[in-house]
Ligand binder design. Sequence first.
Ligand SMILES: [Zn+2]
Length: 310
Amino acid sequence: MRIKILGSAAGGGFPQWNCICPNCSAMRAGTLKARPRTQAQVAVSPNPSCWLLLNASPDLRQQILSTPDLNPSSATRGTPISTVLLTSADVDSVMGLLHLREFQPLHILSTVSVRRILTEENGLFRVLARSNPPVKWDAMPLDRLMPLVPPSAPGKKDGLFYKAVPLLGNSPDYVSDSLRGSLPPEEAVVGLVLIHKEKKFFYGPSLPGVGEEWRRSVDDCDLALLDGTFWKDDELITAKRSRKTAREMGHSPLSGDRGLLRQPFRLGKTRRVLIHINNTNPVLNEESPEHRAVREAGWEIAYDGMEFEL
Ligand SMILES: [Zn+2]
């Protein structure tokens, strides 16, 4: 399976248009050793004619245009993108669905809660139903291995499978209290395990850090792309960007005793890569001690254009 990182930053991208944090300011001034990044977006392919998107970022149109694999072939209208899997109803995860409204039949997989948030309270997403056939939403069951792309021929073992792993976060703050009250909390945020020819890949751009079950799923994978949003729990408070801690926003920070870098992952075959990196995070600065600490702890830092072949 091929895995392409089309975008590696958290909401706002890097640099963020209205931000004057040390990273964004230095990036604009050209004095920072760092790469610009678009908002987190991953594409996965089990075979050259089929691509799936993991979430749909606000930068999706530009990300598709700059990725030849996702462009229409000269003979047919439309793209090899067939399916979108959503891990939450966060704006950064779903806004790009509106870029996909140009009459392309699509299959969207999400928990029932995420679908209800988008279709019952946010009528704008009904624009996807204008295609012929209209968008097809399917419910993602939790903790169950499900077929995603069938094998290339009967009897062949090259089908793609997925499993949604509940991560116990919160629904986004734009959801009404009445709808929120009716949604099971385990459906708010999920991680995804994708399995192809016995190779396993875990995608978790938001790790609220509650519970331990998901860590076992990560240990079992060959590649894990995990939540690298914040370095410190009070990062946005210090930057005067929010009154909320990282954990209150559903992102376990990287540093600290309970931070992601100290989580007791089994060392071994899993290649661990940070994604969804906020523009305030000092790991973006390739000359910072935090960047070095991440690399010395055995982690990689995703960048736009990074690719994996499993
Ligand atoms: Zn910034």
